[in-house]
Design a protein around this ligand. Sequence first.
Ligand SMILES: CC(=O)N[C@H]1[C@@H](OP(=O)(O)OP(=O)(O)OC[C@H]2O[C@@H](n3ccc(=O)[nH]c3=O)[C@H](O)[C@@H]2O)O[C@H](CO)[C@@H](O)[C@@H]1O
Length: 369
Amino acid sequence: MEDNNMRVIFSGGGTGGHIYPALALIQRLQERQLADDILYVGTQRGLESRIVPQKQIAFKAIELQGFKRSLSLDNVKTVELFLKSVHTAKKMIRDFKPDVVVGTGGYVSSAVLYAAARLHIPTIINEQNSVAGVTNRFLGHFVDRISIAFPDVAAQFPKQKVVLTGNPRAQQVANMQPSDRLSDYHLTADQPTLLIFGGSRGAEKINQAFIEAVPALNQKPYQVLFVSGRVHFDKIKAALADQKVNANISVQPYINDMPQILPEVAVILGRAGATSLSEITALGIPSILVPSPYVTNDHQTKNAKSLVNQQAAKMITEAELNGQTLVKTADDMMTDAALRQSMAANAKKLGVPDAADRFIEVMQALISD
Ligand SMILES: CC(=O)N[C@H]1[C@@H](OP(=O)(O)OP(=O)(O)OC[C@H]2O[C@@H](n3ccc(=O)[nH]c3=O)[C@H](O)[C@@H]2O)O[C@H](CO)[C@@H](O)[C@@H]1O
């Protein structure tokens, strides 16, 4: 019998949006018994060094410094470090002997995928966003296939390499059933829940607005699960120390089991990172999006508009966000079940619940080419 099992190196990181799509693919490969051996290559500094080993996945770190927007002589040090990490990555690849190498974005994947391409190993990258990231734009020249989630982004890559798969994380969350996990966060299943989080690292402006909103949120007929981001947690705790926080509000640094929590959530208020949006659309969750203005080419605003234009989400700019606007927008949605239902249905129409299988098909086709 033909051996279909793949040896795969994954690389991606910095932030959760680049890590969870890879973890979703690994889980799906394992469920379908298609994985022989898996290695994840990231950096020590990125969130991946904590999240990946927690999932019992082999993890190796390399040193690398982020690319600047354009390479110039000022960046000689960056180029030197890049070449050094390509050298390290090549050694890892020769040792591991992967059938295919997959990149999910973030600067660490630039060295690993570039090294794999130079060694003539099949390569695929996943671009989660509606505007291509710096790393993926660079890698687009070298890799074999480019998997995308937003059709618009195709124009930024060599046309013949592009395949529309969606974001693999969508499939992982689409298959989740409600499981009453809110009790782990001291909340009940009896009231609708508003989840507030600023992407995988937290967002200061959202945290600030939440602090201002606490006195009003205390009085609401709904619950709030607020996630600050790990680095902001102590500051939030200090800011809340002499404020009353009622039992309908739960304050957390990070949610490790987001796929289990999301089916329990009525509305999300958060950033418009691409992986979060793939989760929102996979499950059909109404959302209030506050795009980060600090990302390449304002791509989160473009991400958000793809939902807003379909009446699947509302958008507040970071400049408009404060305690009052947070409460007002949350109330509008949390107290109107019919509105939530129609936004949920519109969001779900945009979801790609088989994205991981679509991606795996691209991997298999490439290997057997
Ligand atoms: C500042 C920055 O560069 N942001 C980018 C980064 O964001 P970021 O990593 O914040 O991206 P996303 O919103 O796309 O993904 C966050 C992921 O972390 C998970 N999560 C979050 C909080 C938590 O407590 N627990 C948890 O598991 C979410 O469920 C989601 O899976 O990558 C995205 C995907 O390329 C980009 O669109 C964003 O613009």
